[in-house]
Write a protein that binds this ligand. Sequence first.
Ligand code: FAD
Length: 519
Amino acid sequence: MKRNEIIRNFLDHNNTEWDFVIIGGGATGLGSAIEAAARGYKTLLVEQSDFAKSTSSKSTKLVHGGVRYLAQGYIDLVREACKERGLLLQNAPHVTKNLSFVIPLYTYWDKFQYTVGLKFYDMLAGKLSLGKSVPISREETLKRLPTVKKQGLKGGVLYHDGQFDDARLAINMAQTAMEKGASVINYAKVVSLSKDEKGKLNGLTFTDLISGNNYTVKAKAIINATGVFADDINKMDHGTDKKSISPSQGVHIMIDKKFCPTDSAIMIPKTADGRVLFAVPWHGKIILGTTDIPVKQESLEPEPTEKEIDFILETASNYLNPAPTRADILSVFAGLRPLAATKEGAKTKEVSRSHKIILSDSGLVSIVGGKWTTYRKMGEDVVDKAEEIGGFNKKTTPTKDLKIHGYKKDVDFDDPMYFYGSDKEKINQLAKEIEFGEDIISGKFGIKKAQVIWAVREEMALNIEDFIARRTRVLLLDRNEALRIAPVVAEIMAQELGKDEAWQKAEVEDFTKTAAIYL
Ligand SMILES: Cc1cc2nc3c(=O)[nH]c(=O)nc-3n(C[C@H](O)[C@H](O)[C@H](O)COP(=O)(O)OP(=O)(O)OC[C@H]3O[C@@H](n4cnc5c(N)ncnc54)[C@H](O)[C@@H]3O)c2cc1C
């Protein structure tokens, strides 16, 4: 993915009309771009920041049907998500995996209830099931979760769901969309929409935030996949402030693996606020989360509140021994769920996670809600609608078995470079070709210099945060390690991008400000 080439190519063909222009480079926009390009449409995607910078890099990292949604009675949603979970694990096996979850239970009635519920969960997945749910004894529960509170433990239920690396999948999706013929550009912010004399949308203008240049493009249909920012685009369309989104914040904290020294994830089924809490092994650490708090203001970098952090620690302390404390937090991050707005007073935890497609009078096709897990189906549904708006014949989806860039089976998840999939060999080759390419930047995460160069040349990383937060995941895994490597990453990137010392200094300063939010 070479941004300069895309922009140059784009300028050369700027008078041609795009079939679809997609606004937003998170899970939903990227899924839509793959869908549209794979159907053969001339597709452009513009993202105002980095791919997955917003909610799509801050998830719980689960590719799941949603046990909680089953308990709430959203059976169709769970069935659809279980199917998509199965497809994603098949199509991107290098960034996803089948993970076993254990629910520790303290009454026999709970053990019975969860066993029955999870058998039903298995049934909904049909032939794409990841493995059978089974009740397990107290001994087996403690074998799998050695640090779980023993007092009163009656046993557990073991079930399977998927896990993934969200930002890495997003980058691979951008690459897949390009391989299918789409143009995707990060740091390109849509600033206005244009309409014809009948009031129908026919294009938009975006600013290239790197050069400062404005570009106006023509499009047969425009898809608004901007998550919690959807109403900003709606306002450009019809000028009113009507809310279609109710953002809800979710926080996670990262702790050391010693608190759950196991390969199984823990699902705590009933928190004090009636949600579930997960403790999930990820890149050698444990993610604990999440919360669900309605917020008024959308932001690319939402800030966790003290109350949310306390809530997570308090809930974990009821189940883990030893319990993590503030001093044990390696990093903390918050994301905003783009939930479809509902009636005043509805609790966000009860708002359905299914997606909604909204068509405006001028033909803007907005997609809100949904989950990372269902991005492919969301892309399919929104492109179906955009086909109608653009006056195209309806095509069937070609993405159910489309392999995602980097596709590689049987990866070794203990390899620190596993998430590159089939690109790993190319990076190792690059490491041999460039000076000091094998030099280790982060021993903790096994990151070498060649990965920075690769990220700039092949993954459209433009600044140090792109590399430290999303091309690798150090910022989310260990904030202090992220700050430690920042100057080294800045120096390597500066050489590759032809930037000076002032650029490096500014990069480190900006990154330090962002990293302050993560602890
Ligand atoms: C705490 C939390 C945990 C979650 N955990 C899970 C999970 O484990 N599994 C799961 O399946 N789902 C999970 N989800 C849900 C999932 O993360 C989201 O549904 C998904 O990431 C939303 O993607 P999106 O593309 O719609 O939005 P976003 O990721 O927010 O993407 C929208 C993009 O639009 C861009 N944009 C906005 N305005 C403009 C503009 N003017 N011009 C250009 N671009 C613009 C933004 O910069 C942004 O990158 C979780 C969500 C949260 C908040």
